[in-house]
Design a protein around this ligand. Sequence first.
Ligand code: GAR
Length: 206
Amino acid sequence: MLKAKIAVFVSGGGTNLQAIIDSEKRGELQHCELSLVVSSKPGAYATVRAKENNIPFVEINIKDFQDRKDFENEVLKKLHEYNIDIIVFAGFMYILSAEFVSEYENRIINVHPALIPSFCGDGFYGLKVHKAVLDYGVKITGATVHYVNSITDGGKIILQKAIEVHDNDTPVSLQQRVMCEAEWVILPQACELVAQQIIESRNNIK
Ligand code: GAR
């Protein structure tokens, strides 16, 4: 069976990328294969993970382009070159245009470190999310994997996992638990779910 090809977009440490790599190694990804890593930040540790695991990667820095359109065209060129079916935003700290997103409608997914629709949208990323959770005093948080549309964190939810907030949590301790117990669990699962749908709809058309 031809598997759906995944490109993971990163900007930082890439622990979610690592979770997908590990899941693939454990044989959990039956319908997809990790085919490309796209980093928006030169030197991001995520690219070391790609290199160590023999996954092709490209660094595409927006600062090297005159405008956003040129940057996005370069990204699209790479995606076409590698025949990518699914894009996974895993700590990708850059918002792509509505035109770009519409090229891959229902084929871009994002992991967000809270239970959407809480603590999400513009300005909610990384540790800021966990700080806001603690400031508000909610007792349950978690992670969400959702489709990407033109609204920040606004696309349909694919999977969520809840985590308890502890009284002595700091933003860093909470981030670590949300990643370890929620993000790294549901992101590979969501990749497989979306890939399965794509492969099955392809088979139905044939
Ligand atoms: C993850 O916690 C991810 O959910 C978050 O950035 C971190 C990236 O870590 N993304 C957002 O906040 C997007 N709104 P990683 O590079 O180690 O995977």
